[in-house]
Design a protein around this ligand. Structure first.
Ligand code: F6P
Length: 293
């Protein structure tokens, strides 16, 4: 019987267990043994981290349910460094020790960047996941639809309170360099202004839009802003730097900045809400469960 490994790497999405579940189901049909590797690539450098058989015990892992968010395998942002030969050798040795002949990596662009040298050594498949929907060569990543659902619901919900108070309400959604969540949720949730990382915005025009709507007697203005959006000539707003992480820059704060600008430059009172990791948590929507499967 052939044995393959599976791991989840990078930022999680609600669709990871659905994807592991789908892979294990197919492996069962193909009579492949599946080993779950813990915390992304960590268990390939670190012998102390366990690995778990996912079949034929599969039926006994109740958490491995397509309806469950998170990942039973855990994840981390420790990617393979394509230029670190020593690290690649350790990984290759560890895979050999575990008798793993092929690898399924459920990861995003960070994972993809490091995979080529590994793929030169054994068969590797990337299952493209990220809520940002920014993996090259794929239309829809596992988890994106669930994040859009959360963001759309938030936009729907802020409408009524914004109307009650005649406010502008800015909803900041995730999306570092790709505005897919903001665009999709913004359109679905009836946002009046959508700001994306791909298109630097003019803050004067944003304020004008809010004022224009007020002059028409509109009861509120809803703005959907991607965390990576930046004004023309300006920089993305960094919430925190984590030097220990391979992804050290944590964005956040542009929504609050836009709201402060509206407050300061218009007659309209503004508030901002940041959805953050709520977009990555909870149960996946049916579209993601089916895609993962
Ligand atoms: O890459 C996906 C993502 O959710 C981004 O949208 C966001 O900027 C980032 O991860 C947050 O990362 P962390 O989980 O490290 O806070």
């Amino acid at each position: 019987m052939k044995r393959i490994g599976i791991l989840t790497a990078g930022g999680d999405t609600p669709a990871l267990n659905a994807t592991i579940h789908g892979a294990v189901e197919r492996a069962n049909e193909l009579n492949l043994e599946v080993i779950g590797l813990i915390k992304g690539f960590n268990s390939l450098y670190n012998e102390r981290l366990p690995h778990v058989p996912l079949n034929p015990l599969f039926q006994e892992i109740p958490e491995l349910d397509p309806a469950n968010g998170g990942t039973i395998l855990g994840s981390s942002r420790d990617y393979v460094d394509p230029d670190n030969k020593e690290q690649l050798d350790i990984i290759e040795k560890r895979l050999e020790q575990l008798g793993i002949e092929g690898l399924i990596c459920i990861g995003g662009d960070g994972t993809l960047n490091g995979l080529q040298p590994l793929a030169d050594r054994l068969p590797v498949v990337l299952a493209p996941k990220t809520i940002d929907n920014d993996v090259i060569g794929t239309d829809l990543t596992f988890g994106f639809q669930s994040a859009v659902e959360v963001a759309t619901e938030a936009l729907d919900r802020v409408h009524s309170t914004a109307e009650s108070h005649g406010r502008a309400l800015v909803v900041e959604v995730m999306g570092r360099n790709a505005g897919w969540i903001a665009l999709r949720a913004g359109v679905a949730g009836g946002a009046d202004v959508i700001l994306l990382p791909e298109i630097p915005f003019e803050i004067d025009r944003v304020v004008e839009q809010v004022e224009w709507r007020r002059s028409l007697g509109r009861r509120c203005t809803i703005l959907c802003v991607a965390e990576g959006a930046a004004p023309v000539g300006g920089e993305q707003i960094v919430h925190a730097l984590d030097p220990t992480s391979p992804d050290p820059v944590k964005l956040g704060g542009v929504g609050a900045w836009v709201a402060a600008q509206i407050d300061a430059r218009s007659e309209v009172e503004a508030r901002a809400v940041t959805l953050g990791h709520t977009q990555r948590g909870g149960s996946p929507v049916p579209g993601d469960r089916v895609l993962g499967t």
